[in-house]
Design a protein around this ligand. Structure first.
Ligand code: UD1
Length: 438
């Protein structure tokens, strides 16, 4: 076994630092070169929870230093599941889980903590968790998760801010989701792996991260099929073993870099990404007049003039346009020629970036869940503040395009999902620095 280095301290240090740090961008440069995409945060999180189902050590081979993953490791740590890094390999030891309660201070750190409950139910037939946190992009209810647990025979009691789950009478069975929630689909998959018999989950989410979770679980000895369609079948097995797994690349990060290139102009190749993960985005980018070449595991984007607006964009579950790219796409519309109507169907507070973009000269009007974006010739640098992870990424893209200096505060939001975004963009020729600026 390789020497392991404890990483929680580094994560904690990074988090404390980024709470005050800002990004300062001098806009107007075109982007050129290659950028490699790291492992997906949204695939990593449920897989980390899935490790609780195993009885031996698990090695996740391409860890990425994101604060959301650091926070998930803190939650596992409290359950007595140690995790340690050797280079980019994360070793997780879920042998002696001693605690099945996740308190408010931890659950509030990351929304995906609710998925840990699915794993605790799967392995121990019980668990307690405070209501989960996450980015403030909407009310983010968990009713579909709890209804699904109940459908498998779990007694769920909500008291004093905690959810108590008693699963002594859990049984494999059929569950039809009211909406294809990504998190609820993942919770159910984790719940079903160790149940006796066959479970069938219908109207489930079809996101690529669900397929990755299925691949992980099967690599550890589970019997899950159907991920990527709207029906997942889980045949219970006695136990899961340890093993190694490489988590899929992040399609939202890849989409963010493609949009950066479209907004700034230039010639950028995004490596370690798949066309099928971002088909809806790529189709819009082609409509806007970007030149796009698709290869097996990389995508090249060239843009050399002002692009055309997309008249109507709406966010919907995969394979439609993802809500996680909506704020970044809004920046492209803000500087394209024409008018774009953007409808946000997933999260009601996902227009948090709009007041900040207006400070930079964007012409955007919001009514309920619809934004009307009239493309302007120029954005201007300004002091702006990230209100959540993807809004933060969108402000970075706006700053890259804007005339003059843009300073972005609340960088810790961006660090939840992008590892050192300024380093990757600098390699493409952007003028972007992290630090404490006045
Ligand atoms: C996941 C992603 C997030 C992405 C979202 C939608 C992770 C860690 N996060 O979040 O980045 O933006 O998918 O693609 O993978 N809903 C309910 N009740 C529930 C659960 C969800 O009403 O119990 C609603 C939500 O409010 C939202 C919609 O369903 O309107 C989709 O949510 P869901 O797919 O569950 O998103 P998350 O899993 O939280």
């Amino acid at each position: 076994m390789k020497k392991k280095t404890e990483m929680l301290t580094r994560n904690e240090h990074d988090e404390r630092e980024s709470a005050f740090e800002q990004l300062k961008i001098y806009g107007g440069r075109k982007l050129f070169g290659c950028v490699e995409v790291d492992a997906s945060k949204n695939a990593f999180l449920p897989i980390l929870a899935g490790c609780l189902l195993c009885e031996d050590e698990v090695c996740l081979k391409n860890y990425v230093n994101l604060s959301d993953l650091g926070n998930m490791r803190k939650i596992l740590n409290v359950l007595n599941v140690s995790s340690s890094l050797s280079g980019k390999e994360l070793y997780i030891n879920p042998k002696k889980i001693e605690n099945v309660k996740i308190t408010h201070d931890l659950a509030s750190l990351v929304r995906a903590s609710i998925i840990v409950l699915g794993a605790l139910l799967g392995r121990f037939r019980g668990g307690v968790i405070a209501y989960p946190g996450g980015c403030k992009i909407g009310s983010r209810p968990i009713d579909i998760h709890l209804k699904s647990f109940r459908a498998l025979g779990v007694r769920v009691i909500e008291r004093h801010g905690y959810i108590y789950c008693h699963g002594q009478n859990m049984k494999a069975g059929k569950v039809v989701l009211d909406f294809p929630s990504v998190g609820a689909t993942e919770s159910l998959m984790l719940c079903g792996c160790l149940l006796n018999g066959e479970s069938v989950f219908l109207n489930v989410a079809k996101e690529p991260e669900i397929v990755d979770l299925q691949n992980f679980l099967n690599a550890m000895g589970a019997d899950v099929s159907g991920a990527g369609t709207d029906c997942i079948v889980v045949r219970g097995v006695k136990k899961l073993h340890g093993g190694q797994f490489s988590v899929m690349p992040d399609r939202i990060v890849a989409g963010t870099y493609l949009l950066a290139a479209a907004i700034c102009g230039g010639d950028v190749e995004v490596e370690k990404t798949f066309f099928r993960h971002n088909e809806s985005l790529i189709s819009f980018l082609r409509q806007s007049a970007c030149k796009i070449d698709v290869f097996d595991d990389r995508i090249r984007l060239r843009a050399d003039k002002r692009l055309s607006s997309i008249p109507k964009i709406q966010t919907l579950p995969y394979p439609s346009f993802p809500t996680d790219l909506q704020p970044q796409m809004m920046v492209l519309q803000a500087v394209s020629s024409g008018v774009s109507i953007i409808q946000e169907n997933l999260f009601e507070n996902r227009f948090g970036v709009v007041p900040e973009l207006r400070k930079m000269g964007a012409d955007i009007v919001i009514k309920d869940r619809t934004a009307c974006v009239v493309g302007v010739e120029k954005l201007y640098g300004a002091d702006v503040c990230a209100s959540d992870l993807r809004a933060g990424a969108a402000l970075v893209l706006a700053g890259l395009k804007a005339e003059g200096y843009t300073t972005i505060s609340n960088v810790s939001y961006i660090d939840r999902g992008y590892e050192r975004i300024e380093e990757k963009l600098s390699l493409l020729g952007a003028d972007i620095k992290r630090g404490l600026f006045e």
